[in-house]
Design a protein around this ligand. Structure first.
Ligand code: PLP
Length: 407
């Protein structure tokens, strides 16, 4: 740190200069990491929340009673969307994001398995599952077993059946998956879990605020939520398609009491009982309140409107892509996430041209190709994107060797 105090204008100017290196987060050219709506009302509301709760700490619900109520109401609203019928809202908790929700869920399944006498529990997850499951295995001393995918990039249920062991404590399915945007066969995976009396975690971190509204709008959505017998946990991120800033996810348990497996209690110090339902101690309150406020503002009708618009944008993009020679959509993605492949063109070289033109498309490794998460604000740039993509398919050089990475 420098020794002298500096005026805030100077510090902010320095920050502005630094930020020029990052993509613009209202991000019409960014196809992942952020979920821009282009909606001024939502952004104004979030600013209003942050003004009010910037310095609040969600660690102690006894001190911040309003915050505790808001958190309970977010969990209840999320639970309603995925048909959670348990009566006690404490069967779920808010976390900082999808990864923490998944960590908590895996810990709960491990603890339930330990209670049955399983010493070293095993997570069974599709090859397409988010790395957070492998991270959970690493953190919590569990084994991680990967289930191969079938020809449509969904978990192969027969392979899963062959891989279940005495140690398996949970079977994972995504609704939908990050790499390919397809829903695993949740009903079959949950039935398999039910046969063995083990957990079935549905990762709806991306899909949780998309699929319920698609279903309400009449799109065919295969069963994936708590209406499927055998589904024990669902993770859903408000900070993705719930349209709030980072720091808000929900983990829901079918059984109210399972929450106690993820809650840590400690009294052996000089300051009384310390109890937290997830990994963090002190926690930013604003993301939770923003989740509450955006859900309260939009309501079911508001989300349906956004999802309807999003589906129309995705349809335009899909139609445009199928008209570009050599470019193909991977599998049959259900929602606003497309993976692209090509038999004839090096798509990393195409991505280089798109990078030069100011687009931020993601690179996939399996299958080798491109990856786009589509947000409502992209409605305005689809034509330009397709024009540039079409150009890049025929005007690229060799790949510059940029790899796919999230680190
Ligand atoms: C399917 C899925 N699960 C979990 C996560 C992890 O969420 P987070 O990055 O909020 O920790 C992601 C992130 O993109 C995801 O796509």
């Amino acid at each position: 740190m420098q020794s002298k105090t500096r005026p805030i204008e100077e510090v902010l100017a320095e920050l502005d200069a630094l930020q020029l290196r990052d993509p613009e987060v209202h991000g019409k050219r960014l196809f992942g990491l952020v979920y821009p709506t282009g909606r001024e009302d939502i952004e104004a509301l979030v600013h209003g929340v942050y003004d009010r709760f910037l310095f609040a700490n969600a660690l102690n619900p006894l001190k911040f009673a309003a915050l505790a109520q808001v958190e309970k109401e977010v969990i209840a609203m999320a639970g309603d969307l995925v048909h959670r019928t348990a009566t006690n809202v404490h069967g779920g908790s808010m976390t900082s994001g999808g990864t923490e929700s998944i960590l908590m869920s895996m810990l709960v399944s491990r603890e339930r398995a330990r209670a049955r006498g399983v010493e070293r529990a095993e997570i069974l997850a599709p090859e397409s599952a988010h790395p957070a499951y492998a991270k959970a295995a690493h953190y919590f001393d569990m084994d991680y077993v990967r289930v191969p995918l079938d020809g449509s990039y969904r978990a192969d249920v027969a392979a899963a059946r062959a891989l279940v062991s005495e140690q398996t404590c949970v079977i994972v399915g995504s609704a939908y998956s990050y790499p390919h945007g397809v829903i695993d066969p949740i009903a079959e995976l949950a039935a398999l879990a039910g046969e063995h009396g083990i957990g079935c975690h549905v990762d709806a971190c991306i899909g949780g605020f998309v699929l319920p509204f698609m279903e309400m709008l009449g799109h065919p959505v295969p069963p994936w939520d708590f209406r499927v017998e055998g589904v024990t946990e669902i993770s859903m991120d408000v900070h993705k398609y719930g349209y709030v800033p980072k720091g808000a996810s929900v983990i829901l348990h079918r059984d109210d009491d399972w929450i106690w497996h993820q809650t840590f209690f400690y009294e052996q110090w000089g300051s009384g009982l310390y109890a937290t339902p997830a990994i963090a101690g002190a926690r930013a309150a604003a993301p939770t309140v923003a989740a509450w406020a955006v859900m309260r503002h939009l309501g079911v009708d508001g989300y349906k409107e956004l999802v309807a618009d999003l589906c129309a944008t995705v349809e335009r993009l899909r139609t445009g892509i199928t008209c570009i020679e050599g470019l193909e959509i991977v599998g049959d993605p259900i929602g606003p996430l497309l993976a692209l492949r090509s038999d004839t063109v090096d798509l990393y070289a195409v991505a280089d041209v798109m990078d030069e033109r100011g687009w931020h498309l993601n690179r996939n490794t399996d299958p080798y190709g491109l990856h786009l998460m589509i947000s409502p604000a992209h409605r305005d740039v689809i034509d330009e994107l397709l024009t540039d993509l079409s150009y890049a398919m025929t005007h690229h050089g060799p790949s510059k060797g940029k790899t796919a990475r999230y680190a």
